[in-house]
Design a protein around this ligand. Structure first.
Ligand SMILES: Nc1ncnc2c1ncn2[C@@H]1O[C@H](COP(=O)(O)OP(=O)(O)OP(=O)(O)O)[C@@H](O)[C@H]1O
Ligand SMILES: [Mg+2]
Length: 373
């Protein structure tokens, strides 16, 4: 299956260091080149903000406005012309001032207003931060997996945000807990547990697919296995979802006092970590060398692409920021080759890009854009 989304034009106005930038894109792979600080990552970030609230730099909205902008914030904008299922459409991202600062506004031209942009396509990115995936926080590892699931299951994202909403709401009710709110509290806990189980179960199914590919990799690689460490995740491997949901509900009730005291949901679907095991050595990824960890990350990404290949309705873009600096060059070429075969529009950044442009087979599929010129 081929990906059915591509960006044909990108226009930035007052986006970080770009006062004005217009790019016309023709090919599958877009290689953005330019010296350090020229604004390559900023271009990728501007796209990532269409489907993510803080984007690939984990930014606050105030930071993305050109710091020299003198006029109103309406002079800021990210506009794309894209093709989704062969239908052309314009999508704009702007900012608006409100009481708490700035608010993001996404305008979709020619689309049903009710649908959100992330129901049309998804964006998956890899950034140099991933070099330290196994040293980073468990939240980052979980996000890595969640981002992959969101790319193929558009409803997963909706459940993730619902889950956060219910969590906040429950803590708010708990803080003012009295007999009158008992029924309301029970209701919100039911919703929280139900949504939490949907999330854990989607993760379980996805990890199962990943493991299928990771257990028998092509080439001279070790066999890997991914596991989720959360209590709910392990229970779901043994028991029917309905029973696990009841257990979750019981835990929420038990923890009410503790949760009021800490202001947190102490037993949660998101208390899980991603454990990656090299089965040949029976060793966890975090105990492997830096170079070996890079291979492991590559193998996970590669398995993810095999899953993408079997998707019926694929609508995804890839952003690969500075990957040549932290992944083996030949691995990147393998990934790019696969992405090109799946017709997935891929945005790459590199200071010079010379190395990849020397590869005969890549010359014809890459649009090289030098933003220094
Ligand atoms: N709000 C802003 N207004 C103006 N410039 C900004 C703003 N925010 C960041 N910048 C600047 O944008 C420039 C480009 O940043 P970016 O991360 O895109 O560089 P890059 O081309 O990816 O560099 P590298 O090759 O080092 O990764 C930086 O010099 C940064 O200081
Ligand atoms: Mg950069």
């Amino acid at each position: 299956m081929f990906s059915n989304v591509r960006i044909e034009k990108l226009i930035l106005n007052n986006y970080r260091n770009h006062k004005f930038l217009e790019l016309d894109l023709k090919k599958n792979i877009i290689l953005i080149c330019g010296r350090n600080g020229s604004g390559k990552t900023n271009i990728l970030e501007s796209l990532s903000l269409f489907t993510s609230s803080s984007g690939l730099k984990k930014t606050n909205l105030i930071e993305i406005v050109n710091s020299n902008l003198k006029g109103p914030v309406e002079l800021f904008g990210v506009n794309i012309l894209c093709k989704i299922n062969n239908k052309k459409m314009k999508i704009g991202l702007g900012l608006k001032k409100n009481a708490s600062g700035l608010k993001k506004i996404i305008n979709l031209e020619g689309l049903k207003a009710k649908k959100k942009i992330d129901e049309y396509f998804s964006i998956f990115w890899i950034t140099p931060k991933m070099t330290f995936l196994f040293q980073n926080s468990r939240e980052e590892r979980r996000n890595f997996i969640d981002q992959m699931i969101c790319s193929i299951d558009f409803s997963f994202k909706k459940f993730l945000s619902l889950y956060e909403k219910y969590k906040t709401e429950r803590i708010r009710i708990l803080k003012k807990w009295n007999e009158a709110s008992e029924e309301w509290l029970g209701l919100i806990e039911k919703k929280l547990a139900g949504t939490g189980i949907i999330i854990c179960d989607a993760r379980r199914k996805f990890i199962k697919q990943l493991n299928l590919h990771l257990s028998s990799p092509e080439g001279p690689f070790d066999s890997l296995e991914i596991e989720l460490s959360g209590e709910l995740d392990s229970l779901l491997l043994k028991k029917p979802a309905i029973e696990v949901e009841d257990f979750f509900l019981k835990k929420l009730k038990e923890n009410r006092k503790k949760d009021i005291f800490t202001g947190k949901t102490n037993f949660s679907a998101n208390k899980t970590d991603l454990i990656v095991l090299n089965k040949t050595y029976n060793r966890e990824a975090k105990n492997h060398s830096t170079g070996e960890q890079k291979v492991i990350i590559f193998l996970i990404i590669f398995s993810f692409m095999k899953i993408l290949k079997n998707q019926k309705d694929l609508k995804i873009l890839f952003l690969l920021d500075d990957v040549f600096s932290f992944l083996d060059k030949n691995f990147v070429l393998t990934v790019l080759d696969q992405l090109n075969k799946l017709k997935i529009q891929t945005w790459l950044t590199d200071v010079s890009g010379d190395w990849i442009m020397k590869k005969e087979s890549f010359k014809s599929i890459i649009d090289k854009i030098n933003i220094d010129e």
